[in-house]
Design a protein around this ligand. Sequence first.
Ligand code: AMP
Ligand code: ZN
Length: 115
Amino acid sequence: MSDCLFCKIARKEIPSAIVYEDDTLVAFKDISPQAPVHILIIPKAHCEGLGDLNPETAAAAARVTQVAARIAADHGVEASGWRLLSNCGPDSGQTVYHLHFHLLGGKPLGGRLCL
Ligand code: AMP
Ligand code: ZN
């Protein structure tokens, strides 16, 4: 999508700190990190979120857990632990409507998953 922020990052039309890339996924540091390790993993193909998957983005999303584990290891949080989550829709707090998974780690993340 031409006016989508994360499509532009995937196309490298705007700068980001990319930490991983393959044919269908790209991962980059969150611009406003909420933990020492806060990385966003996105499919290169556009979809709004987990409620909007198509065969191409579903196939990319299916690979995210494996890629997340590799990125977590690369960033030294394999043993200390990490969290992977994706917000979907208004009540989740989703602000960017291009599917993305937050990889968080590097500190105790707390037990609450919602307020
Ligand atoms: P969400 O609230 O789940 O939609 O998450 C969107 C995330 O994108 C937030 O954590 C933002 O800090 C992050 N973000 C927004 N703009 C950028 C950007 N240009 N580069 C990296 N991360 C961004
Ligand atoms: Zn997009």
